[in-house]
Write a protein that binds this ligand. Structure first.
Ligand SMILES: CC(C)(COP(=O)(O)OP(=O)(O)OC[C@H]1O[C@@H](n2cnc3c(N)ncnc32)[C@H](O)[C@@H]1OP(=O)(O)O)[C@@H](O)C(=O)NCCC(=O)NCCS
Length: 383
């Protein structure tokens, strides 16, 4: 597919506009896309990891690789000046399979910004998609998602993160350095005591280290996860859920597992009765290390195991010197448990999770907050 878009340009870019085209992305575009991500200080995946988003994606493959992987804006001389990825994902609601897609790593060179909306227009015009799910919208993209009448996900707070500090001195040193306060490291030793007092009061009644529970840390995702998913999908089928088969989990966490960036904690050995997934989400620019809860699922919707699993992870974060343990966007009943572990709150730059249903019936269902069980497993939040 090749499209000629003619958005409104200023005089200085008028000439260039006539020789630009938008076309579907190819794997061979990687180097130019990577250069754009670097130029605009966006996170960058190595080539194999970027290609993996489609090349081994169960949803993409099961549709014969026919869906677009995204689009690029290309100049007449072959230079790529804009990119928007589109990652297909299967979800289920009410026993029905839905084809969703996540917009990924949107970037357009400043001189070619009139093309940004043309990329997003192609994304939202995909005919065979049931639901558009975008959980990584930043301040630069928020207004454009409004243009396409893509509302906020109505469940979970996607405008704030709650967290606990699991390495006080390291956290403070990173925070003070970020604020460009001189002598950040020595100062952090003094301030760490004050944080210790606040956290000690918050954590008084917490279960210790998952005491009384036998959890297993999985290095591989095996066939027990298929059995778990088969049971889970029959529990509360009115909830919109990303498909979590063994194949999908292996694809989603392949590189995180290989790089030891993910902890997959299970309860019950065979069958699994609950799992929690934690993923590293460091901010190298701020020298900040953090662990995020990505997903918690339990059979029969029973969340009793959430607290001891969080206690297990909190203790491990402290032991390994990880600075922060963080949570974003869970349903109220999960948040009530999470809040016991998270005395601190930070405002995110903007609301991050937006959706758009392609059919009115689906839109009606999803307007109800009770249809959602959102987590960082959704969309491309942890991809
Ligand atoms: C994402 C992008 C393609 C959107 O392009 P666009 O639709 O033409 O939007 P603009 O770049 O004009 O930005 C829209 C608004 O967000 C603001 N904005 C842009 N980047 C911002 C940032 N990093 N933080 C806060 N606000 C930002 C702009 O000032 C503008 O606000 P205004 O309308 O009040 O002037 C483009 O901003 C871009 O390539 N940014 C760099 C990559 C990026 O940040 N990607 C994340 C996408 S969520």
């Amino acid at each position: 597919m090749e499209l000629q878009h003619r958005p409104n340009f200023t005089n200085s870019t008028q000439k260039t506009a006539q020789t630009l085209k938008i076309r579907e992305v190819e794997y061979a575009d990687y180097n130019q896309i990577a250069a754009l991500q670097v130029a605009y200080k966006r996170p960058l995946k190595p080539y194999e990891e970027w290609k993996h988003l489609w090349a081994n994606n169960p949803a993409y493959l099961s549709l014969g690789g026919r869906l677009p992987k995204g689009w690029v804006v290309e100049r007449h001389d072959g230079r790529i000046v804009g990119y928007l990825g589109s990652i297909p994902l299967f979800y289920e609601l009410g026993g029905q399979r839905l084809l969703t897609t996540a917009a990924h790593a949107w970037v357009v060179e400043t001189d070619y910004r009139p093309y940004s909306l043309a990329l997003l227009d192609l994304y939202f015009s995909q005919k065979n998609i049931d639901l558009f799910l975008n959980a990584t919208v930043g301040p630069a993209g928020r207004d454009s998602f409004n243009v396409f009448e893509s509302p906020r996900v109505p469940a979970g707070d996607w405008g704030r993160s709650v967290f606990s500090i699991t390495n006080r001195q390291g956290f403070l040193a990173a925070w003070l350095a970020e604020k460009a306060i001189p002598m950040a490291k020595p100062l952090s030793f003094g301030l760490a005591g004050a944080l210790a007092i606040k956290q000690a009061f918050s954590f008084r009644a917490l279960p210790r280290n998952g005491a009384g529970h036998s959890f297993q840390l999985c290095k591989n995702i095996d066939s027990r996860f298929d059995v778990f998913w088969d049971c889970l999908r029959k529990t509360n089928p009115h909830l919109l859920r990303a498909v979590r088969t063994r194949e999908v989990l292996e694809w989603h966490f392949k590189y995180a597992l290989g790089n030891d960036q993910v902890w997959i904690l299970t309860a019950g050995s065979n069958p699994i009765t609950a799992y929690a997934i934690f993923l590293r989400y460091d901010n190298p620019a701020a020298c900040l290390t953090r662990m995020r809860l990505i997903d918690f699922q339990a059979l029969d919707g029973n969340i009793d195991l959430l607290a001891p699993m969080l206690a297990w992870a909190l203790e491990r974060c402290s032991r390994e010197g990880i600075h922060m343990f963080e949570f974003i966007g869970f349903r109220p009943e999960k948040m009530r448990v999470i809040n016991q572990f998270s005395p601190y709150v930070r405002q995110l730059p903007c609301w991050m999770y937006f959706y758009k249903a392609a059919h009115p019936k689906l839109a009606d269902k999803l307007a109800d907050p009770n249809a959602w069980d959102p987590s960082q497993f959704d969309s491309d939040a942890s991809l």
